[in-house]
Design a protein around this ligand. Structure first.
Ligand SMILES: Cc1cc2nc3c(=O)[nH]c(=O)nc-3n(C[C@H](O)[C@H](O)[C@H](O)COP(=O)(O)OP(=O)(O)OC[C@H]3O[C@@H](n4cnc5c(N)ncnc54)[C@H](O)[C@@H]3O)c2cc1C
Length: 376
């Protein structure tokens, strides 16, 4: 139970969503720190508590090795035997494996490579410089932690979502929630494919509610370089387009903050929150390096913070596309009786987060119940 939070996360991780937002069907956070961010131990406890109070018949430690069509249902093979089922809900998660680009093959053996699944704390890495690849939630958090440990850190930055931790005195995720941005439905989102692939926001949950954007990292001494494009003759080559990448992220953040301001005015909330704020543009380094010699010893380790992907190798039903993504329409997969939950923007923008499950589960299970009723 809570397997991914128990085994696949680094030691210092806290949720980036505030405690009051960690809700599961029928369970609200009722501890002493609603605006804080859960540690991994607290997340595990929260999920274990949910299993207890929901009294769901959970069987733990069972690995599903195959699900395949059988008759008008499914045959499920598990590490504990066979199950025949008329319906199946795939809730195996969206982040089962780190997504690492093929560039990793060209990295010399002298450089240690890690993914967030293997990373626990800075002490585990060899002495020397670290290249963190990817500047979304995982990358910025690990770059900050590694820099604090005293190492030289270089961060390779591609497309990213910049957000301040707080805006007008409230957590930025309060604004997402209250303004209805997170409630936008999947069939209202303009470019759904893109929305589902959007990187996680540059946020960290710390007791100080600190903003962890690229300016904060640069001020802490992290060197920012462009997107990693290729390896040639043992040299890593990076894109020179940092200025564009930064201004796009700044622009999108400004637009989102503008949406919040419009909502606050229209709904009469201006008096309850602080005055509108605007943030300094992301500072472009005077001369971002375009190459790193991976054989020089400058970089002792690479941390791939390039995202995660699901693992459907056990799913013997033709509903997974060539890129390894499940085909579904709001959680209804392309074969009768097959459903999904817990995927990015499954039915709403909030589906990506723990708090998204409640509404999604109701809608998907309604569909499932109707399907069974009709068949009966
Ligand atoms: C690094 C990281 C940080 C995150 N931080 C936040 C956050 O701050 N706030 C937030 O709301 N969300 C966060 N998320 C997103 C978070 O993972 C989801 O909101 C939530 O965990 C989804 O729950 P889930 O049960 O759908 O998937 P998961 O938590 O991934 O659980 C899926 C489970 O299915 C199991 N499984 C997979 N395949 C099989 C199989 N074949 N047989 C048996 N079991 C199987 C897995 O072992 C796992 O236990 C984060 C994600 C990551 C990767």
């Amino acid at each position: 139970m809570a397997n991914s939070w128990r085994r696949e996360r680094w030691d210092s991780l806290r949720l980036l969503t505030p405690n009051w937002q960690s809700r599961l069907p029928g369970l609200r956070y009722d501890g002493p720190d609603p605006d804080g961010y859960m540690t991994m131990a607290e997340v595990i406890e929260f999920i274990e508590h949910f299993a207890k109070v929901s009294r769901a018949p959970v069987r733990t430690g069972v690995n599903v090795t195959s699900v395949r069509p059988a008759g008008d249902g499914y045959q499920v093979t598990t590490s504990h035997g066979e199950i025949a089922s008329r319906t199946v809900v795939i809730a195996s998660g969206a982040c089962n494996q780190p997504a690492v680009p093929p560039l990793r093959e060209a990295v010399p053996a002298s450089v240690e490579q890690l993914t967030p699944f293997g990373y626990r704390d800075p002490g585990q890495l060899p002495d020397g410089g670290v290249l963190v690849v990817g500047a979304s939630a995982t990358g910025v958090q690990l770059a900050a932690e590694l820099r604090r440990s005293g190492r030289p850190v270089t961060l390779s930055v591609g497309e990213h979502v910049r957000l301040p931790r707080t805006y007008r005195g409230r957590d930025v995720l309060w604004w997402m929630d209250a303004s209805g941005v997170w409630d936008q439905r999947y069939d209202e989102v303009e470019d759904l494919t893109r929305a589902r692939r959007l990187p996680s926001p540059q946020l960290v949950g710390t007791p100080e509610r600190a903003t962890l954007d690229l300016n904060a990292l640069a001020s802490a001494g992290v060197e920012l370089i462009g997107r990693w494009a290729a390896v040639r003759d043992g040299r890593a080559l990076f894109s020179g387009g940092l200025r564009n990448v930064f201004s796009l992220a700044d622009l999108k953040m400004e637009r989102l903050l503008g949406t919040f301001d419009d909502w606050a005015t229209a709904e009469g909330h201006d008096a309850e929150v602080g005055p509108p704020e605007r943030f300094a543009a992301t500072r472009v380094p005077e001369s971002a390096r375009l190459q790193l010699d991976l054989g020089s010893g400058e970089i002792a380790a690479i941390v791939w913070a390039t995202g995660f992907r699901p693992d459907y190798r056990w799913l013997d039903v033709p509903v997974v596309d060539a890129k390894g993504r499940l085909n579904h329409e709001g959680g209804v997969a392309g074969r009768p009786g097959l459903y999904a939950l817990g995927l990015p923007v499954l039915r709403r923008r909030r589906s990506t987060f723990i708090s998204g499950i409640e509404d999604d589960a109701r809608a998907v299970i309604d569909h499932l119940a109707r399907y069974l009723a009709v068949r009966r």
